[in-house]
Structures are given as structure tokens and as C-alpha cells.
Design a protein around this ligand. Structure first.
Ligand SMILES: Nc1ncnc2c1ncn2[C@@H]1O[C@H](COP(=O)(O)OP(=O)(O)OP(=O)(O)O)[C@@H](O)[C@H]1O
Ligand SMILES: [Mg+2]
Length: 230
């Protein structure tokens, strides 16, 4: 039997949040394997732990217990420095509210991970042009976020997630702030990126329509995975 190469593997992920004297167990031992090239949709009720799980899988947060293996390495044991380097170089993140810098234009927002990494933006000229073409923003490259529609702003965020050619893209409700027509356009774009550049995508969504763009849907309820239709 041939084994699919694994992009990320979560093993018995537990997350406790402490507020005052009270400890709440938000993730109660989640294990999942995400093969390379998969487009995984994570669904579940509000407060079930979806974003917490996504952030732990992407190294934005650490598990209280358990491990997250990326390329066989346990990223949950990385120190902050190693984590932030990994976040800038190996993965891309897309959020519901775009998280763009208001006073930077489209090009500058897209190049931000490069600049933060101390690299020369000039070396990324070709890559930038190519990505702006993919997300359809070539003619908006000098606009600032407030001069763009919501859908266009999310395209900037997608371009920013792609600039370092990461293997894995994480998205937390990428269409949550968009009307359904624009949401569909964004989902088609993500699907195209998944198919054509063979990137692994892990997306949290409330929308069944959006989730259907994935190859697999995992449901989280009360900090546990309760089904998987793979
Ligand atoms: N930094 C934090 N400190 C304390 N509690 C937190 C923190 N982050 C999340 N929580 C709690 O963990 C639980 C899960 O939150 P999470 O954001 O993962 O839910 P979610 O499934 O993404 O919900 P939504 O669909 O509303 O975005 C919630 O009860 C939330 O209040
Ligand atoms: Mg959430």
C-alpha cells in the first residue's frame, strides 16, 4: 500500500485556556492527518475550537499537550524565533478580516512577509507580478486597502499568503465577511491555487457552500472531532 506524504499531523492536541482561576479545556485531544495537496475544510459551531485548532496547526499558538508535526518536525516545540521564521517562510495565513496594513498599498502589503524576513523585495518582482496576475489585482497594485472592495482586500491577503511560495495555506473563515457571490469567487480562487500549484489548504468555515470546495470536511464539536467523511 502506498502512503500519501503527510503535510501536517496533529497528535492528541489538547488546549487549555486559563482565565482567572478557571481552566477551560477547549481542545480535548484532537488527532488528524492532513495529506500533502489536500484541501481540508473544518466546520463546527461557534466556540467549538476551530480557530484554536487552526492556529495550533499553523504554529500561531501552542498546544498545552500533544504535538504538531510538519514535515516530520514537531513545530509545537519550536521557540518563538523559530516559529516566526516558519510562519513567514513555510506557511501562509488568511483571515476573515483580511488583516491588511491600511497605509500600505497592495504591492507593499503583499511583500510584507518578505520585508519582515529581511529579504530584498526586488528579488521578488517576478513572483509579485505573477501572484498579482493570479489573484486578478495587477491593475490595483498601487491602491491602498480602503480603495478596494472586500473581495479585492481578501485577494490581497491571499496574494500575501502566497508570496513566499508556502506549501501550506491556513484560512480562518476567508469568506466570512463577504457576500455570497464574492465568497464564491474567493473559493474558486483558493481551489485553483490548491489544484494548480498543489498547495495544501486548511480552511475553517461556517459555510457549507465554502466547505464543499474542500476534498474532505472535518467537523469539530466541543473540542473534539466528531466525524470525518474521508
Ligand atoms: N486566548 C483565549 N483565551 C481564553 N479563551 C479562549 C481564547 N481563545 C479562545 N478561547 C475560548 O476557546 C473556545 C473556542 O474558541 P475558538 O475561537 O477556537 O472557537 P471557534 O470554533 O473558532 O468559534 P467561531 O466560529 O465563533 O469563530 C471559546 O470558548 C473561546 O472563548
Ligand atoms: Mg473562529
Amino acid at each position: 500500500m502506498t502512503k500519501m506524504p503527510v503535510a501536517i499531523e496533529g497528535e492528541n492536541i489538547i488546549k487549555d485556556f486559563k482565565i482567572g482561576d478557571t481552566v477551560t479545556r477547549v481542545l480535548k485531544g484532537i488527532s488528524l492527518q492532513i495529506p500533502k495537496g489536500e484541501f481540508l475544510s473544518i466546520m463546527g459551531p461557534s466556540g467549538s475550537g476551530k480557530s484554536t485548532l487552526l492556529y495550533i496547526l499553523g504554529g500561531l499558538d501552542s498546544p498545552t499537550n500533544g504535538s504538531v508535526l510538519m514535515g516530520g518536525k514537531d513545530i509545537s516545540r519550536y521557540n518563538d524565533e523559530k516559529k516566526s521564521v516558519m510562519r513567514r517562510r513555510d506557511i501562509g495565513f488568511i483571515f476573515q478580516f483580511y488583516n491588511l496594513i491600511p497605509n500600505l498599498n497592495v504591492e507593499e502589503n503583499v511583500l510584507l512577509p518578505i520585508l519582515l524576513d529581511g529579504k530584498n523585495a526586488k528579488d521578488y518582482r517576478k513572483q509579485l507580478n505573477n501572484i498579482l496576475e493570479i489573484v486578478g489585482l495587477t491593475d490595483r497594485r498601487n491602491h491602498t486597502p480602503r480603495e478596494l472592495s472586500g473581495g479585492q482586500q481578501q485577494r490581497v491577503a491571499i496574494a500575501r499568503a502566497l508570496i513566499n511560495s508556502p506549501d501550506i495555506i491556513f484560512a480562518d473563515e476567508p469568506t466570512g465577511n463577504l457576500d455570497s457571490k464574492t465568497g464564491t469567487e474567493i473559493m474558486k480562487l483558493l481551489k485553483e491555487i490548491n489544484r494548480e500549484s498543489d498547495k495544501t489548504i486548511i480552511m475553517v468555515t461556517h459555510s457549507a457552500d465554502a466547505a464543499a470546495y474542500g476534498n474532505r470536511i472535518v467537523s469539530v464539536r466541543d473540542g473534539m472531532i466528531y466525524n470525518s467523511n474521508s
